[in-house]
Design a protein around this ligand. Structure first.
Ligand SMILES: Nc1ncnc2c1ncn2[C@@H]1O[C@H](COP(=O)(O)OP(=O)(O)O)[C@@H](O)[C@H]1O
Ligand SMILES: CC(C)(COP(=O)(O)O)[C@@H](O)C(=O)NCCC(=O)O
Ligand SMILES: [K+]
Length: 263
């Protein structure tokens, strides 16, 4: 048994594996430094505090009582959180060197590399992964596992939040709406929704078309906290693109499973 922990910019993503079988996933908030001591002293899974091992997972009784603390394989894009976890006796920090993708650059996010590796190994290369997380990223590799590259932009939630935080009179607006706003809006909330959502959708469409120009018929997978919303909006606006995207929220864990096999 082992735990997979991905530390993203918004939250922690957990996976519980038995061998290569992913049995449970859950998300938690980032960990406060004050919890570090307590974490280091946990000897069994049950010792883990509810902030880490929430009751809705614990109550499923997926692990017998007194199960020794399993190793935690950690992939993080947040140095402050890595610092909190890396001295934990059960934590093993994964690095880019362990991922067999070719042509990676040193500052590539390990979340992007792992998701792409997991997607490609499971469903075949060429592969493009769209991660609709805090940031929205595109990351692609060709048939030879050679990183073609990608792009990074503020994610859906972040676009709304930044607009509010960095302006004098723009409100926080709902990211979740039941139908698309009018393109040319006559009130502030809908003008913000129109601007962010239509440009994001046009951008996603453009990246997908560019990918299919390079690799006709190649797969595109989508994941991340906002994948559901973006896909829903995409279905309204560009249904033919939406129909070709494959949803797989657990790509990171697929990638970690591939890498951990060799640890
Ligand atoms: N329960 C939630 N907590 C935080 N963010 C959420 C939640 N549900 C959806 N989101 C959306 O998901 C985005 C973060 O995506 P996620 O993949 O969890 O992030 P990361 O991997 O970067 O930590 C947020 O910007 C927000 O718009
Ligand atoms: C682009 C990211 C911020 C995405 O992080 P996320 O939104 O998934 O939390 C992260 O992958 C990162 O810090 N990357 C380093 C730069 C790069 O990949 O080129
Ligand atoms: K992520």
């Amino acid at each position: 048994m082992w735990l997979a922990l991905e530390i993203g910019n918004s939250r922690l993503h957990w996976g519980l594996f038995t061998g290569t079988t992913l049995s449970h996933t859950w998300d938690t908030d980032h960990v406060a430094e004050s919890l570090t001591q307590q974490l280091c002293q946990c000897r069994t899974l049950d010792d883990l505090p509810p902030e880490i091992f929430p009751s809705h997972v614990r109550n499923q009784q997926i692990v017998p009582d007194q199960t020794p603390h399993p190793p935690i394989f950690l992939a993080s894009v947040l140095p402050q959180q890595t610092a909190i976890w890396q001295n934990h006796p059960h934590v093993r920090v994964l690095t880019l060197e362990q991922i067999p993708l070719l042509n990676m650059y040193p500052t590539l996010g390990i979340d992007r590399a792992l998701a792409l590796w997991g997607a490609g190994k499971s469903l075949g290369f060429p592969m493009l992964v769209i991660d609709a997380g805090t940031a929205l990223t595109f990351t692609g590799a060709d048939t030879n596992h050679y990183l073609i590259g990608g792009a990074i932009l503020p994610g859906l939630g972040l676009q709304f939040t930044t607009l509010r935080q960095k302006t004098g009179q723009l409100p926080q607006v709902q990211t979740e709406i039941t139908c698309l706003p009018p393109r040319f809006a006559l009130n502030t909330p809908e003008a913000i929704q129109s601007g962010i959502i239509y440009t994001l959708l046009a951008g996603i469409k453009d990246f997908c078309l560019s990918w299919w120009q390079l690799f006709p018929d190649a797969k595109i997978l989508i994941k991340g906290g906002d994948h559901g919303l973006l896909l829903k909006y995409l279905q309204f606006q560009f249904p033919e693109i939406a129909a070709r995207l494959i949803v797989q929220p657990n790509l990171i864990f697929w990638g970690m499973r591939e890498v951990v096999k060799f640890c």
